[in-house]
Design a binder for this molecule. Structure first.
Ligand SMILES: [Zn+2]
Length: 329
């Protein structure tokens, strides 16, 4: 069947002039041609104008089925500018801090085609991802997700609101792997050497680790108030080196434990490691004045180590406040 450009029937059904698809406004019909060089049906093509001002001829069928929604750079492959050399070298406080946070709370894609670096945090802590964005010099927004409570297999997942920073960048992906965060390596991740993080910046890295995997809290026991300052990691190796490094800062009363747990549902054994500063303190909280003094000093040393003269925007406010509460009791 021959289709005439001016056929009213065709126009009524197929002319897309004046319509909008995503960021594209259809300006005019340009004619029929095959979609691909070799074979295939002849298709109508339209001149479109993208919101960014660029004009492009696009097959009507691709507009109609939603395959094309912009000039090709605005929407399909949104290219957000980013300082892709950010993790090439850890030579600044912010880089050391964010690398610590990434190493503990981030994940890196191991699939061939995907070069994603993802970090997920509770919505309460979103300020730190917004700050990370600022340092990365990217316009890519932090995304916010609300998840309803759900049941999966034997587990109940509570409702959660979280924020995500999702970076897709080949160069940065490569650099981060070089620094020591490898895909699916939570069990073997190593504590970075001073070649990776110079000693003068290590305390900022440790603050990132604390914000990612550390916890500090008070708990009421029968004998009084107990304090706890601890880290949890999948990697025993990481914890052992971390413990050694803390000695350089005169934080010596620590213990590392490998904990194995059998799931009461599946029978599977999972393991994780902990590093506790002032072990036993939780248990013996108010007993023994001498121990208490040593313990207090240890907490204070660690607090000063990570927060003293650090940038005001480079820590989780929630944890900082909690820590202050704990050392002041
Ligand atoms: Zn465009």
């Amino acid at each position: 069947m021959k289709i005439l450009k001016n056929s009213n029937a065709w126009k009524k059904n197929h002319d897309l002039t004046g319509k909008t698809y995503g960021l594209l406004k259809v300006l005019e019909f340009k004619g029929f041609k095959k979609l691909y060089d070799k074979g295939g049906k002849r298709r109508s093509h339209f001149l479109c104008k993208c919101k960014c001002g660029k004009e492009k001829i696009i097959p009507g069928i691709q507009l109609h089925n939603g395959q094309v929604k912009s000039c090709g750079t605005c929407l399909i492959h949104p290219k957000y500018k980013i300082d892709e050399n950010y993790f090439k070298k850890i030579n600044r406080e912010d880089k050391a801090y964010f690398f610590g946070l990434l190493l503990t709370d981030g994940t890196i894609d191991g699939r061939k085609k995907s070069k994603r670096i993802v970090i997920n945090l509770d919505k309460k802590d979103s300020h730190i991802l917004e700050t990370f964005n600022k340092y990365l010099k990217t316009q890519k927004p932090v995304s916010y997700t609300k998840r309803k409570a759900r049941k999966y297999k034997y587990y109940n997942y509570p409702a959660r609101e979280y924020c995500t920073l999702n970076i897709s960048n080949v160069k940065m992906h490569k650099d981060i792997i070089k620094l020591g965060l490898k895909p699916n390596k939570t069990k073997t991740v190593k504590f970075p050497s001073n070649k990776i993080i110079p000693h003068r910046l290590m305390r900022h890295f440790i603050r990132g680790v604390f914000d990612g995997d550390g916890s500090v809290f008070l708990k009421k026991y029968s004998y009084g108030i107990g304090k706890s300052l601890a880290f949890v990691s999948g990697s025993f190796l990481f914890m052992k080196s971390f413990q050694r490094y803390l000695k350089k800062y005169k934080i010596a009363n620590t213990s590392v434990a490998l904990i194995k747990r059998k799931s009461k549902f599946t029978g599977n054994i999972s393991s994780y490691s902990t590093l506790t500063i002032n072990p036993g303190e939780k248990k013996y909280g108010n007993k023994g004045t001498k121990d208490k003094k040593i313990a207090a000093l240890n907490y204070k040393n660690f607090f000063n180590l990570i927060y003293k003269n650090c940038s005001k925007d480079l820590y989780l406010i929630r944890k900082y406040n909690k820590f202050k509460e704990v050392i002041n009791i």
